[in-house]
Design a protein around this ligand. Structure first.
Ligand code: ZN
Ligand code: ZN
Length: 277
């Protein structure tokens, strides 16, 4: 079959994780001509290097959107904002606390900051980006919905529960990046002190394999093409447990990895492949 190429055909959208987990989080969404980053939890030079290795031109990055002010999401914002001139977008609740974090060097000047509000859509290049509230224990916390030429990708990480608001956004997405932080049993029987176990599993901590999978089992629809599991715990989870939990849920919902949906566990520390969405 011959595919007719229109001059106005949109560039394919690509996604990659540069790192995921408590060691650092950073996600790329973009085309060959424009892109954005969500979070910058590793050094700016490493981010640039990993993008380059994947064939992504750093100059095409239009801005960086921050989910919250924990170190594993903001360590690289000073370098990206101050040294490399990338605007850093988040709510005032996050932006005003970034510089209190000791890992952020250099500090972020007001010139690099771009204040956004939750539930307001902003245009950047050909992307429309909307922050939505999530429940977590940063100073302010949000997920992002990114729309490009009708494709919707939703990133929901560092959240204790999937609230109705989060659910509404996820249900509109073709591409979902969702936290699958811990296995209930591994956390319960693991080495963490009880206070930390409580913090993680409370409604404003992290999302378990079970919570992420249960949501999917109830809500998967055929328009959901990609499910990327992020922010896996090194101590309280394994990629196999996270994958199996979600894969079973998808099968119960009538979806199968490799056929109706693509299910991937995003690697900790290392970058994923650059994937066409
Ligand atoms: Zn985190
Ligand atoms: Zn966090």
């Amino acid at each position: 079959m011959i595919r007719t190429l229109s001059l106005f055909e949109p560039e394919p959208l690509r996604f990659m994780s540069l790192t995921s987990g408590s060691c650092g989080n950073c996600y790329y969404i973009g085309t060959t001509v424009e892109g954005i980053l969500i979070d910058a939890g590793i050094g700016a030079r490493t981010i640039r290097k990993r993008l380059k290795k994947a064939g992504v031109d750093f100059d095409t990055i239009l801005g960086v959107f921050i989910t919250h002010d924990h170190s594993d999401h903001i360590k690289g914002v000073g370098g990206l904002g101050e040294k490399m001139g990338k605007p850093i977008f988040s709510t005032i609740g996050v932006l005003s606390h970034i510089n209190e974090n000791l890992t952020v060097q250099p500090k972020l000047s007001t010139a690099s900051r771009r204040e956004i509000r939750k539930n307001e859509t902003i245009g950047i290049g050909n992307f429309s980006v909307t922050a939505f509230n999530v429940i977590h224990d940063g100073h302010d916390n949000m997920g992002y919905r990114v729309e490009y030429e009708g494709d919707v990708i939703v990133i929901a990480t560092d959240l204790g529960d999937i609230t109705d608001e989060v659910s509404r956004h996820l249900m509109q997405a073709q591409h979902i990046v969702i936290e699958s932080n811990y296995d209930d049993e591994m956390l319960m029987n693991g080495p963490y002190p009880q206070t930390l176990k409580n913090r993680i599993s409370s409604g404003n901590g992290h999302l378990s394999n079970r919570k992420a999978s249960e949501w999917m089992r109830k809500h998967w629809t055929p328009q959901m093409k990609d499910v990327f599991l992020c922010h896996l715990s090194a101590q309280n989870n394994t990629p196999e447990l996270a994958y199996n939990s979600m894969s079973n849920a998808l099968e119960q919902a009538g979806a199968k990895d490799g056929e109706t949906v693509r299910l991937k566990v995003l690697p900790r520390r290392m970058e994923s492949d650059l994937m066409i969405l």
